[in-house]
Design a protein around this ligand. Structure first.
Ligand SMILES: [Zn+2]
Length: 700
């Protein structure tokens, strides 16, 4: 990467555009989906690079620059709540020089000479910032930070947190906004993840994401069940002055019943900061919660108000971050984990090493690209980093210590769990197991999808039951255990009705009802059947398109097997279905390229009656069943409208002219497709003739 100070103006503009998109993407992952894509250190590096380039080229600062935003827009699902005083973020310091520079700037701004500048230092909790509004001492509402100007209204959820006082103890201004950090302790986080894992739910990457995910629940009952804590530290709007210094403010907060971080300390001058930083850094690993630095705030509120804000950050506070914790160790092996959606994730198996007080034996390698980028090989000495995140990462390889004969890592092209082909979808970095229907790593999720609403929709067979039958199995009369291992097993459940009836919460009636519901679904429309297979990118809409196009299961199966061959007529026909396209065609081809999937399909087909798709609703249209190609520029309507019209009239619109084409509509400057139509003797019409066919009025 070219350093910021050596970029040309054009390169800088391109780089700022890239960074804006990249940072926005990570903001969304972090704030809306609570699943960070990169470590905090990497994220900070992106922001710093953006800042450095903007500092050099102020004219290139974009309207959507990350430096103008804090975090992400509030996610849907919550009402928005506007902060009376914006909730801004802090500038970061990474080294003593950064902190010294911050102090110099503040002194220059305030025209201070040698008088000491008092600070309050507070450990920077890795949690979720929130704002709490109290009116006449009563908790009224609370919001997440959101984009800094407005956040999500999480009042109901905040009410469930014991550390949020419902009423302030003692006298308070009529209106006061209190800011703090909701967080989860390290122990509570590990316990929550263990429970999530046992329930087959998504795991949280770190305590911060667990806290955010727990607070941002649409159902407050879920929040109530999660162990969340709160440290209060900052002031938003206040209808009357409450303190002259930040330290006094913290004392007021404690008096009102809030928990203030007991490690916070008043420093009489900036010279004490480095010592405090070292002290907290040493205590960090042993703290019950995650911190990623120390926040230093100028104590005097009058000085704070004079200093004000620049951009998105106050001039009177700075977050001095800890360096990422690093260590070197040996890479013993690379294991491939298969996730519930079939994603193959490489995990480094390491010689155990202590990183910042935590014994690390495994690290994520993300994906095949990351392994190739690092060129990491088994036996290598690697640099490991733990930056707030619970899952450490490998950041560099020491090539000088590479053992002789270490070979580049060959990423498997088969699933290590089930042996099916592993493939990479176009535009994606992750390899996925294509044996979704049979792969034990994916079975539960696939089965849950299989019986879901738009698929087989079997009454009485929900997610919970599927998980139970899959994990625990059913005791058969032969003294064996019947497990749900694949979709066909669902139709074998009626044979075990007696075993179901004796299960807790069931009984003879429920079991009989389940049998009836399963049998009722043994007749299934083709579209639902295709959707139930859970092929990537084949949602309900695409399943319907496929069903309509291929009409019968037998035809679809035969055409898909033929389409496995790249360049085959079947593949091009598939890719030409309007709404399918080449990328989805590839997913289908990959599914059918795996013999285990075809075997499962056939096993199912033997148990089911798959109904042919109904002819399209517009079969009676003027172009019913015709294959139409548009080429050249149409003068009276845009191509998408022309396509939609043709389909409404019962036609199928494709991109290429073949022997199967019935009609080619020639616009202006029609080129090779017109010639091809002539060669094949396919009927061609002018735009006006097409309008006549479609029953449209003539154009002047
Ligand atoms: Zn697999």
């Amino acid at each position: 990467m070219t350093p910021a100070d050596r970029l040309t103006e054009a390169e800088a503009a391109a780089e700022l555009a890239r960074l804006a998109a990249e940072i926005a993407r990570h903001d969304r992952l972090y704030h809306e989906q609570d699943t960070p894509g990169i470590s905090d250190a990497e994220y900070d590096a992106l922001r710093r690079r953006n800042d450095a380039i903007e500092a050099r080229f102020p004219a290139l600062v974009r309207a959507d620059s990350p430096s103008r935003r804090v975090g992400a827009q509030p996610a849907s699902g919550f009402a928005k709540l506007r902060h009376r005083v914006p909730m801004l973020s802090l500038d970061n310091a990474f080294a003593p020089e950064d902190f010294a520079e911050f102090c110099r700037r503040a002194r220059r701004f305030l025209n201070l000479k040698d008088e000491p500048l008092a600070f309050v230092a507070e450990p920077k909790i890795d949690g979720l910032s929130i704002s709490l509004t109290y009116e006449n001492g009563e908790f009224q509402r609370g919001a997440t930070r959101g984009d800094g100007l407005e956040g999500e209204d999480v009042t109901a959820n905040l009410r469930t947190i014991a550390a949020v006082p419902k009423r302030l103890a003692g006298a308070a201004p009529a209106l006061i906004e209190i800011r703090g950090e909701v967080f989860m302790s390290k122990t509570d986080f590990l316990a929550l993840n263990a429970a999530q894992q046992a329930a087959g739910q998504k795991l949280f990457a770190n305590p911060r994401n667990a806290a955010a995910g727990s607070l941002r629940q649409l159902d407050p009952a879920i929040t109530a069940a999660r162990p969340l804590s709160l440290f209060a530290y900052a002031m938003g709007e206040a209808s009357a002055p409450v303190a002259a210094t930040h330290w006094e403010w913290l004392e007021r907060l404690a008096g009102w019943g809030f928990t203030v971080n007991p490690l916070s300390r008043r420093l009489s001058g900036e010279a004490e900061a480095a010592g405090f930083q070292a002290e907290i850094g040493a205590a960090r690993a042993g703290l019950p919660y995650d911190i990623d630095g120390v926040v230093y705030k100028i104590d005097d509120l009058a000085l704070q108000s004079r200093l004000g804000f620049v951009g998105r950050a106050p001039r009177w506070a700075i977050a001095w971050k800890f360096p990422a914790e690093q260590a070197t160790t040996l890479l013993l092996d690379i294991a491939i984990q298969v996730g519930r959606t079939g994603a193959l994730t490489p995990v480094a198996q390491l010689q155990p090493v202590n990183v910042g007080g935590v014994l690390v034996t495994r690290a994520t390698l993300h994906n095949a690209d990351e392994i190739a980028r690092l060129d990491v090989r088994i036996g290598d000495t690697v640099l490991l980093q733990r930056a707030g995140d619970v899952i450490p990462q490998i950041v560099a390889v020491d090539r000088s210590r590479r053992p002789e004969g270490a070979a580049p890592y060959a990423f498997p092209d088969h699933c290590p769990v089930c042996g099916s082909l592993a493939a990479r979808a176009p535009g994606e970095v992750v390899l996925r197991c294509t044996g979704g229907l049979t792969c034990p790593a994916q079975t539960e999720e696939r089965l849950i999808h299989f019986v879901s609403r738009g698929a087989f929709d079997i009454e009485g067979l929900g997610e919970k039951t599927i998980r139970e039958f899959h994990a625990e199995g059913l005791a058969t009369t032969e003294g064996e255990t019947f497990h749900l291992r694949g979709p066909a097993d669902i139709f074998r459940l009626p044979a075990h009705e007696a075993a179901i009836a004796v299960r807790e919460g069931w009984g003879a009636l429920s079991a009989a009802n389940l049998t009836r519901a399963i049998r009722a679904r043994q007749r299934i429309p083709l579209a639902r059947f295709i959707y139930a297979l859970g092929i990537r990118r084949i949602g309900e809409a695409n399943a319907k398109l496929l069903a309509r196009h291929y009409a019968s299961f037998a035809n679809w199966r035969a055409q898909m097997l033929a389409a496995v061959q790249i360049g085959s007529e079947a593949r091009s026909d598939l890719g030409n279905i309007l709404g399918i396209g080449p990328a989805i065609a590839e997913e289908l081809a990959e599914f059918f390229a795996e013999p285990r999937n075809v075997a499962t399909l056939d096993e199912l087909a033997a148990l089911l009656q798959i109904e042919d798709a109904e002819a399209p609703a517009a079969a009676a249209g003027a172009l019913a069943g015709k294959v139409v190609v548009f080429t050249g520029t149409l003068q009276t309507m845009a191509r998408p409208e022309a396509k939609a019209l043709a389909e409404k009239l019962g036609a199928r619109v494709t991109e290429t002219v073949s022997r199967k084409t019935d009609l080619v509509v020639l616009g202006a400057d029609a080129g090779s497709k017109a010639r091809r139509a002539a060669e094949l003797g396919v009927r061609t019409v002018t735009e006006q003739e097409w309008r006549d066919l479609a029953g449209l009025p003539a154009q002047a």
